[in-house]
Design a protein around this ligand. Structure first.
Ligand code: ZN
Length: 450
């Protein structure tokens, strides 16, 4: 998101009184009730990370910029010791090898992708004088949450150059698309019977007026990127909600934002590994940010890829992996108890917003946490004074999953699934508690060190 700090607010007149309209503000302008400035800064930083990262490719770029500012150099394990990182499309891995560090690994894993609407290869269409886009739903999106939102577009272009092809990041931060909801007068039973949306026919966004013109939308994107449309050989483009992240609640104690799942974890994992740069000795810290978690992780850069295991192999050299000396932590969202639907949760595992990080358990290995792994996280939480919550899904509801079990299967590492409490998971706009941000930051820092 572009800088919103300088936006002046429009003023409206309601009932004879002059009132200021809603104005987006930076978190620093809105201190969080009862919390110190360090918390405010951490949450403000989270909002900046999310707003800078509308697509997985942007999330990788945002993470890389932060890693480089902390002393990381883009390179391979063969480039010697020190802070290094590698990126591959929408995924990134960062590590700090030696000197003095052991071959016991501390791996933090998160994912860069979120459910959204993605452009088809030939997206332009027109119906009844209205231009639209052909889209596919990416991941398990709450489809209703994409209605009546002003949507921008972001992603990457594969652009012809003298060497063959280069990748160009692009983002349109203006409302170029919108999925208008059907008026209630034309759908009278919607509030009683529920809203049913067909992903192919109900969600095609409006992009303007006019007849079908093939290539028109891509031409707009290419112009924004400063490249010739004829040179665009391929694209991975998606839509994003233009509303900036903001603090919410009467005391500013909540974060209302897109992509909290799972850019919150990406942000804190990156900050945690940046925080151990320059420290001597200890285990070898690794952070992996994977793409494609929301569609099952089976891809060249997803958690099912060899990205992490090949890195660990190369860092090990002739040494062998001591899986009990290493620990992998998958860090993702966790379902906080919803005040309007408390019956959807097991009464013995009610997770609360603001209650601290969550250890997630599932007997069917939808989460990878086992007893020894849980014990190590609990010891780390005790050492750094962070409260832990436990989550187990109701036995009569199918449980979601994440990268934890997949990487555990690929690497053989003891793995735990951690989460941050949130509401509205997979909505275009999610909600979490400010106080959980510094708690997770402290726990991940401790896990990397111990
Ligand atoms: Zn997630």
């Amino acid at each position: 998101m572009t800088d919103i700090g300088g936006l002046g607010g429009p003023v409206g007149r309601i009932g004879g009184r002059i009132v200021a309209a809603w104005v987006p503000t930076h978190a620093s302008q809105r201190p969080i009730y009862g919390m110190d400035t360090d918390v405010t800064h951490q949450v403000e930083d989270l909002c900046a990370f999310i707003d800078a990262s509308p697509s997985p490719f942007h999330a990788v770029a945002t993470a890389a910029t932060r890693l480089e500012a902390a002393g990381f150099v883009e390179g391979s394990p063969d480039d010697g010791t020190g802070p290094r990182y590698l990126r591959s499309s929408g995924s990134l891995v960062a590590w700090i090898a030696g000197p003095g560090r052991t071959t016991g690994f501390r791996v933090l894993m998160a994912h860069t992708d979120s459910p959204n609407l993605r452009l088809m290869p030939n997206p332009d269409r027109s119906s009844h004088g209205i231009r639209q886009l052909g889209i596919e739903v990416y991941g398990g999106a709450l489809l209703n949450s994409w209605l009546d939102r002003d949507l921008g577009c972001s992603g990457r272009l594969a652009v012809r150059n003298a060497a063959g092809m280069e990748e160009v990041l692009v983002r349109l931060d203006r409302p170029v698309a919108r999925v208008p909801q059907l008026a209630i007068h034309l759908d009278r039973g919607v509030n009683e019977k529920g809203l049913v949306l067909d992903p192919h026919t109900s969600l095609s966004p409006v992009t303007g007026l006019g007849d079908l013109e093939h290539g028109a939308f891509l031409a707009t994107v290419a112009a924004t990127a400063g490249v010739d449309t004829a040179d665009v050989l391929g694209f991975d483009l998606m839509l994003h909600d233009l509303a900036p992240s903001t603090l919410a609640g009467t005391g500013n104690e909540l974060v209302s934002a897109s992509r909290i799942d799972n850019l919150l974890s990406c942000h804190i994992a990156v900050e945690a590994i940046c925080g151990v740069v320059g420290e001597a000795g200890g285990p070898t810290p690794v952070v992996v940010l994977y793409d494609h978690e929301e569609v099952g992780s089976t891809s060249a850069t997803g958690a099912g890829s060899p990205m992490l295991s090949s890195l660990l192999d190369r860092l090990l050299g002739d040494a062998s992996l001591n899986s009990t000396d290493s620990l992998a932590c998958s860090v993702d969202g966790a379902h906080a108890v919803h005040p309007n639907y408390p019956d959807r949760h097991d009464a013995g595992h009610l997770v609360h917003l603001g209650g601290g990080p969550v250890l997630k358990f599932n007997a069917s290995q939808r989460y990878a946490t086992d007893a020894p792994g849980a014990a190590r996280v609990r010891l780390a939480a005790e050492r750094c004074g962070v409260p832990l919550q436990s989550y187990s899904q109701r036995a009569d509801l199918p449980c979601g999953s994440t990268v934890g079990p997949i990487t555990a299967a690929v690497t053989g590492l003891t793995t735990v699934d951690l989460g941050t409490p949130q509401l509205a998971m997979h909505s275009a706009r999610e909600l979490c508690a400010c106080s959980d941000v510094p708690q997770l930051r402290r726990l991940l820092g401790e896990l990397l060190r111990s």
